[in-house]
Design a protein around this ligand. Structure first.
Ligand code: FEO
Length: 406
């Protein structure tokens, strides 16, 4: 893949990572992820965002640079919008080849560059509103967007073209092909990036949703012609789609989210599982879409994404040693960390000799602002009454979800 010119003197370079590794060491990326970096060429040349030494990315970007007759040594500036190692990890290798480059980052970014890489020289600290002229009318404007997604993060805006280099904001999982722009990909690919941007948001950014809203508000004054994130496709035909999508994702935190329900279940010997279909039929009787995830068989990444966009949640879990079934306890822990708040919720599940899961469930989720419907619990094998009750509870939840999202 060659460097791709996005606008006169501005190029996308970057690598698709398909190593089978987990993102952040924990999130599955079966379709990979792109690490995007950008070249802005005036009299001086800036590289915006870097890559990690991952999946051969440093060699790939050097090859792409050679397609536009550039080498690492040609860069006068390295703009580091965000120091998370997916965008900074190759800094030592880069500096070996170009020790003179000036690093541009925020005050907190400078501390991280020192902390991660022991680099203090040639670091220029910028703050919101600062600019950097590259010549030939290219001028970079920096805006801090703290906590999108680390506290040091900023975005960079090229004034003459209106290109916003947004780093993690507006990003997505998934590799990108030769067609890197929103107007060049198929409907199917759009649907894929829609799904994977939600999963990326829920996994990586969701805890910082209030900061996402602030950042989008802060950027309102800029005339944005193109959005160039550090993961995923570049938006130029309709930048509003991804802005609106991120606004919607961020607002899900305070609810209501979509009129949908996510069911997350786990079962030891099948005595909880047998009631699952009764709950689902109850939900479907109200024509509310339902997403079903089994744990621990499926990674929490997907359950988190559908829970983030759902207004209603159902947990199917038995009592395990007087407490919650541990795989569901682990989901609850993740939901707490990622701020899955303001949902309508109920739980169903069996117990052997004593209950206890419900008590722990309610106490562990106290801070999540969930509204509970009565649980459905039973000893051992579920009889007709339990199935009937589970159907009714599913239906009731679906009705409440419809009501809250009207
Ligand atoms: Fe893509 Fe927060 O790093």
């Amino acid at each position: 893949m060659k460097a791709i010119e996005m606008s006169k003197g501005i190029y996308r370079i970057g690598a698709n990572i398909k190593t089978g590794d987990l993102f952040e060491g924990m999130w599955p990326i079966p379709d990979g992820v792109s690490l995007n970096a950008y070249v802005v060429k005036g009299d001086k040349i800036a590289l915006i965002d870097l890559v990690r030494d991952w999946g051969n990315a440093p060699s790939v970007i050097q090859e792409q640079l050679s397609s536009i007759h550039l080498t690492i040594e040609d860069f006068g500036y390295l703009v580091m919008n965000h120091i998370e190692p997916d965008h900074s990890g190759w800094l030592p290798g880069f500096l070996k080849m170009n020790p003179q480059v000036q690093i541009i980052t925020t005050k907190k970014g400078a501390a991280m560059v020192n902390g991660f890489f022991g680099v203090e020289d040639n670091v220029r600290v910028v703050k919101s509103g600062d600019t950097l002229s590259l010549g030939q009318a290219k001028e970079l404007l920096f805006e801090e967007v703290p906590n999108v997604h680390w506290p040091e993060t900023m975005v960079t805006y090229e004034k003459s073209t209106g290109v916003l280099f947004s780093c993690d904001a507006f990003g997505s999982y998934g590799c990108i092909g030769e067609a890197i722009f929103d107007d060049r990909i198929s409907e199917e690919e759009h649907a894929f990036f829609d799904r994977e941007s939600l999963r990326y948001y829920a996994n990586i950014v969701s805890s910082f949703s209030s900061f996402v809203l602030k950042a989008i508000k802060k950027l309102e004054g800029l005339e944005i012609n193109m959005i160039a994130p550090s993961h995923g496709i570049i938006w130029r035909e309709n930048t509003q789609i991804i802005i609106e999508r991120y606004l919607k994702f961020a607002r899900y935190m305070n609810g209501p989210a979509e009129p949908e329900i996510t069911v997350i279940w786990g079962s030891m010997y099948g005595y909880t599982q047998v009631v699952l279909n009764s709950v689902i039929h109850g939900i479907r009787s109200e024509h509310v879409p339902v997403h079903v995830h089994q744990v621990p068989n499926e990674d929490v990444s997907w359950a988190l994404a559908s829970a983030w966009k759902s207004s209603g949640l159902v947990f199917g879990m038995p009592t395990y040693e007087y407490k919650m079934f541990p795989p569901i306890a682990s989901v609850i822990d993740m939901f707490e960390r990622k701020h899955v708040w303001n949902k309508k919720v109920f739980r169903f599940g069996s117990f052997g000799w004593s209950g206890g899961a419900q008590k722990e469930f309610e106490s562990r989720t106290e801070k999540l602002k969930w509204e509970f419907l009565e649980p459905v619990e039973w000893q051992g094998n579920a009889g007709d009454e339990v199935h009937k009750l589970a159907f009714e509870r599913g239906k009731e939840l679906a009705q409440q979800v419809k009501e809250m999202t009207k």
